[in-house]
Design a protein around this ligand. Structure first.
Ligand code: AMP
Length: 429
């Protein structure tokens, strides 16, 4: 960041914009934020990269009306996607060549055990992210491509990696280890890493705020229920258990992923059903969960079908909710004392029936949902339990991009104020 003296002689930071990039295998989501007030200047999405039907959606948020512009037609790769996004930003006077841009923050899915904090990306850091590809074959390659593309665009800027796994690195060994042969596990880095950490960190902190307490004072269970879904148990601000494991396949029932399953099912599919490893991978990651159970993975559609009397949809819903209940019970036991159960992400924030059904019958754990409060639609953090409830039940909208921007900006700011050169490799958080 550059600083210039103000009239009063104090230093005023000029470069206070952060670009957040979330690069998937065939998509890039981006947001440009102004860290003066943590507001969005523009948001956008490039999807179906590499296909004939690529599409860029760009929404500037600086004017009165947020009007989305669309570009269609083949965008061959991530570099082209970012270039087109940069052109859209430039058209709004928000070009990425601006000296106001302080840093680029990247969502990186797998940081292994090494990356416990947001990290300024150096060649060595990038090599380590590459070394983790075998444990995140779907995600880390896309993240690396996004980083390389952004580096080419602004080689002078600090680029920061914010890891999905970082928040979970505080898990105790007895929660993180699978009960398999230790040598084999260590040789192949097989352990439970957990994902969605940026969301679990943000939401657990916000939940403490909602309760009028500090994160250190509360124990919370966070249920991140999006298309991917995970639960975490957070004790005094630190994650002590989470439902995803070596990969994001373990745990809750998800949109298209099975979640927990007897590992022998995979041997059975191989030996008896004659499926290949890749076919089983696709089955469990892409054709299972709600989709596999009833043919739909969107909770809105499932609720519509249930209202129309569809039994398959009703069973899928019940299986989804049953798994949630098991995790709430298990994490209550892990934490000992629970101050709040918090719902977040697409399903958690929007589906009152899921919240109601997941909490129903858990009065003995101190959990009750108020039907009136649960029915309220709002984008704000809110309680949905009655005043008398022993344990709060809350809805807290997640904001992973804001969390990535905050962590990126804080890291770059700290490095500068400590008089360090940026990039600097790993910097204390
Ligand atoms: P996410 O991955 O957090 O974007 O969540 C996406 C999922 O949220 C979708 O697949 C839907 O199942 C769910 N969702 C989004 N909006 C609603 C809604 N209004 N009611 C119920 N579910 C919703």
């Amino acid at each position: 960041m550059t600083t210039t003296p103000t009239k009063e002689g104090s230093a005023a930071v000029q470069a206070r914009r952060v670009l957040v990039l979330n690069s998937g295998s065939s998509s890039v989501k981006y947001q440009l934020l102004d860290m003066n007030n943590r507001s969005r200047l523009a948001i956008g999405l490039v999807e179906r990269i590499g296909e004939e039907t690529s599409r860029l959606l760009h929404t500037p948020l600086t004017g009165g009306d947020a009007e989305t512009r669309e570009r269609t037609g083949r965008i061959p790769d991530h570099a082209a996607a970012l270039k087109e996004a940069a052109e859209e930003l430039a058209a709004d006077g928000l070009g990425l060549d601006s000296p106001e841009l302080a840093a680029i923050g990247h969502r990186v899915v797998h940081g292994g055990l090494r990356f416990t904090r947001p990290t300024v990306i150096t060649d060595e850091v990038l090599t380590e992210i590459e070394r983790l590809v075998p444990v995140a074959p779907l995600h880390n390659p896309a993240n690396i491509t996004g980083i390389r593309t952004a580096q080419a665009l602004r080689p002078d800027l600090p680029q920061v990696a914010v890891f999905d796994t970082a928040f979970h690195t505080t898990m105790p060994e007895h929660a993180a280890r699978y009960a398999i042969d230790v040598e084999t596990a260590d040789a192949h880095r097989i352990r439970r890493y957990g994902f969605h950490g940026t969301s679990h960190a943000y939401v657990s902190r916000k939940a403490a705020e909602l309760l009028g307490r500090t994160p250190e004072e509360v124990n919370v269970i966070v249920l991140h229920l999006g298309n991917g879904a995970s639960a975490s148990a957070v004790a005094a601000g630190r994650c002590v258990e989470t439902s995803m494991g070596l990969t994001p396949l373990e745990g809750l029932v998800m949109g298209t992923r099975s979640g927990d399953i007897d590992p022998a099912v995979t041997f059975h599919l191989k030996r008896v059903a004659g499926m290949s490893t890749d076919e089983i991978d696709v089955l469990l990651n892409k054709k299972s969960g709600l989709l596999g159970l009833c043919g739909d993975n969107d909770m809105r559609e499932i609720r519509r079908r249930i209202d129309d009397g569809d039994e398959r949809a009703a069973l899928a819903f019940d299986i989804y909710v049953h798994r949630l209940k098991k995790y709430i019970g298990a994490y209550s036991a892990v934490l000992g004392r629970v101050d709040a159960v918090v719902f977040t992400a697409g399903v958690g924030e929007n589906s009152a029936p899921v919240r109601e059904a997941a909490i129903a019958g858990l009065e003995e754990l101190g959990l009750v949902v108020d039907a009136g409060l649960n029915a309220v639609r709002s984008g704000e953090p809110r309680l949905i339990s009655p005043n008398y409830a022993r344990v709060a039940v809350a809805v807290v909208p997640t904001d992973e991009e804001l969390e990535i921007a905050d962590q990126t900006f804080a890291l770059v700011g700290r490095a500068e104020s400590a008089g360090q050169e940026v990039p600097v490799g790993e910097v204390d958080n």
